[in-house]
Design a protein around this ligand. Structure first.
Ligand SMILES: Nc1ncnc2c1ncn2[C@@H]1O[C@H](COP(=O)(O)OP(=O)(O)OP(=O)(O)O)[C@@H](O)[C@H]1O
Length: 286
């Protein structure tokens, strides 16, 4: 059974078109991952699906489902305790106080937050606040979970444990989910369907494109260049710039070193004095 159908969604901010006729249909319990470069429009699309942003063109239909949205950064009510924040969705669903507090305490236990039940958000670290956000999204028993890199602010162990817990909940309760991530393992493990947002266009991603996205290679003019391990260039090395290659919004430069070898480099715009040099086709980095 279809739960949402978004067709040809166009979204503009001022005069710039951010989403170009993006379509997505989801069935009950279906899980998709969306990958894409920074600024490609993933968050914008997720917010449109969540009903948090209006759109300019296309159509969006939902069957009467409960949705929850987990943003990159936690958004909690500052005047409510952790427990009150957590059980807010149950309050909206008119679950009795005693019952919702009991459910809340189980969720607090699962998210290793039991001792913070009566604390206020400002007393928690960013990672702890995010755990409250994640638990709050699940507690209301959603049919569809929209997740925007929810585990990226957690440390490695907690991120892994939370991810496992959320994935298990999604599986057991047949929750449909749209998951935006930069994490290879998350994308592969989580869903069979991986979509790629490329400058506001959403398309199915091939295995090769997924590998490219995760920095394992560069597809250019039908050739595949492994670029797995980045090396920092000595900026003193003179290079002759050949051409620029655009890939998922990222500019690579093909350059020739003095000894004639060709390299692909990414110039880190935040640190103009550094460049990252990648090995060219066939070359394995040490
Ligand atoms: N409220 C806004 N007003 C104007 N422009 C916006 C607004 N929100 C987002 N944008 C622009 O829309 C584009 C897409 O942003 P979006 O946050 O959807 O990207 P993203 O793919 O989620 O990126 P990231 O992976 O870095 O989170 C960006 O160029 C961004 O600057």
């Amino acid at each position: 059974m279809e739960i949402i159908r978004a067709e040809n969604i166009t979204k503009r901010f001022e005069n710039e078109t951010i989403l170009h006729e993006v379509s997505l249909t989801l069935r009950r319990g279906e899980k998709v991952t969306i990958l894409g470069g920074s600024g490609s429009g993933k968050t914008t699309f997720l917010k449109v699906l969540a009903g948090l942003l209006p759109f300019d063109g296309g159509s969006y239909q939902k069957s009467g489902i409960k949705m929850a949205y987990i943003s990159q950064k936690p958004v909690l009510f500052s005047h409510m305790t952790v427990l009150e924040n957590l059980i807010f969705p149950l309050k909206c669903q008119k679950v009795k106080r005693k019952e919702r507090e009991a459910i809340g305490r189980v969720f607090l236990e699962k998210s290793e937050l039991a001792k913070w039940a009566d604390a206020y958000p400002f007393e928690l670290s960013g990672g702890q606040q995010q755990r409250v956000s994640v638990a709050r999204a699940l507690i209301g028993n959603p049919d569809l979970l929209l997740m925007d890199e929810p585990f990226s602010s957690l440390d490695v162990r907690l991120g892994r444990d939370m991810r496992q817990w959320v994935f298990t909940q999604i599986e057991e309760r047949q929750i449909a989910a749209v998951f935006v991530t930069h994490h290879y393992e998350e994308a592969k493990v989580f869903s069979e369907r991986v979509l790629l947002m490329d400058n506001g266009l959403l398309k199915e991603a091939t295995e090769a494109e997924i590998d490219v996205f995760f920095g394992d290679g560069l597809l250019y003019e039908d050739a595949y260049y492994p670029i797995g391990a980045w090396r920092m260039a000595d900026f003193g090395v003179p290079v002759r710039v050949e051409r620029q290659v655009m890939l998922y919004g990222q500019a690579y430069w093909s350059v020739i070193l003095e000894d004639g070898t060709q390299k692909f480099i990414i110039v880190d715009e935040n640190r103009a004095e550094t460049a990252y040099i990648a090995p060219v086709r066939g070359e394995k980095d040490a």
